[in-house]
Design a protein around this ligand. Structure first.
Ligand SMILES: Cc1ncc(COP(=O)(O)O)c(C=O)c1O
Length: 368
């Protein structure tokens, strides 16, 4: 039986050669290859600054620190997301405020953000989940009206667009993940984008143990307490090699996604979450809503097809039980619905149209 995994990282001989070059050079820590990877990422997104970090999680934490968010502050996050979105709020000592999402898009509910804002709210971390861009027009109005920062958890949104502009340009600070579930991956890693040079310098300093930054150079003077969130030359070489193929990788994902949409359209028992208006979805994950999602995963595994849940509903987990550190805002029925019904289908560059037809055939046969 042919095995169809959920994802497959893009690892080529060319990529391996680039990694070996770095290994042979002996320069293994963050250095010129990391700088080149950042430049490459920056020009792809079209943003002012790009900073490579060890993960999306450490990038989000640093973004909160750069904006001076800490104890006494509240930060609003969606319930339907990977825990990292909320973890970082607690890590910097601020209070997590969890709000519901919209069932249609699986993205944060903008009305609920406004209802949850208090004088202590300093930032919102909306998530462009699965590659679906957010409604940045609406978020900008909220930002202006309440004077809060927007930090985008863009973990899954490489290549997504809003009104023709790449995600990574709309929020104060955006953070991408380079985990292997993402189609540009360094194994572990992240990339921060911003238009603000002061914040970029602050983050560059923080991720280098607090070393001073002059122009684009680091000084040997420690200006602040910092940490080590550097991305090594080795991992940057992996990212660089993939960035050279980003257009074809993204085009193939979009082509395969269109094919899934065609194959699924005659099955009313399967719903497809909507793309944000004026947005271009990058289909980091191809998600559907089905009944009997939990039973579907092992049934498909028996057929050697790997399907997975979408992501988590934070309020179902002990880490996010209501407390001084975590406020659950109102009921969360839409997040619960998304959590219980969302199923992610296989999607990667080597998947074929025949594979997709087989996945959909088996999916339909196994519906309750
Ligand atoms: C929405 C979201 N935020 C944050 C993360 C964490 O990313 P990383 O593993 O790069 O820290 C993930 C991981 O999948 C995610 O999906």
């Amino acid at each position: 039986m042919k095995k169809i995994p959920l994802i497959k990282p893009y690892i080529t001989e060319e990529l391996k050669a680039k990694v070996c070059e770095v290994l042979d050079s002996g320069y293994l820590t963050e250095g010129p290859v990391t700088r080149a990877f950042e430049e490459n990422f920056k020009s792809y997104i079209g943003c002012g600054y790009a900073l490579a970090v060890t993960s999306c999680t450490t990038g989000l934490e640093m973004a909160l620190r750069a904006l001076g968010i800490g104890p006494g502050d509240e930060v609003i996050v969606p319930d339907y997301t990977y825990p990292a979105t909320a973890d970082v709020v607690n890590i910097v000592g601020a209070r997590i405020v969890i709000v519901d999402v919209s069932r249609d898009t699986m993205l944060i509910d903008y009305d609920k953000i406004e209802e949850a804002i208090t004088p202590s709210t300093k930032a919102i971390i909306p998530v462009s989940g699965f590659g679906n861009p957010l409604d940045y027009d609406r978020l900008s109005r909220i930002k202006e009206k309440y004077g809060v920062y927007l930090i985008e958890d863009a973990a899954c949104s490489m290549g997504a667009e809003y009104r023709g502009t790449k995600v990574g340009n709309q929020a104060d600070i955006s953070v991408f993940s380079l985990h292997p579930r993402k189609f540009i991956t360094t194994g572990e890693g992240g990339m921060i984008t911003t238009a603000n040079g002061e914040w970029a310098d602050w983050m560059m300093s923080y991720k280098h143990f607090g070393m001073g930054v002059e122009g684009s150079r680091l000084t040997n003077r420690f200006e602040r307490v910092g940490s080590n969130y550097k991305l090594s030359n080795i991992l940057a070489a992996v990212g660089m090699a993939q960035m050279e193929h980003i257009h074809e990788l993204l085009d193939r994902r979009l082509e395969l996604s269109k094919n899934y949409l065609g194959l699924l359209k005659d099955h009313p028992e399967i719903a497809i979450p909507q793309t944000t208006r004026h947005g271009k979805h990058s289909r980091q994950s191809f998600c559907i809503y089905v009944k009997g999602r939990d039973e579907m995963i092992p049934k498909m595994a028996d057929l050697s097809i790997e399907v997975q849940i979408g992501t988590y509903a934070l309020h179902l987990h002990p880490a996010f039980a209501p407390s001084e550190d975590c406020r659950i805002f109102g009921a969360l029925p839409e997040s619960l619905y998304a959590f219980e019904h969302c199923l992610t289908l296989p999607l990667y560059h080597e998947l074929t149209e025949d594979d997709q037809a087989y996945v959909v055939e088996k999916l339909v046969q196994n519906l309750p």
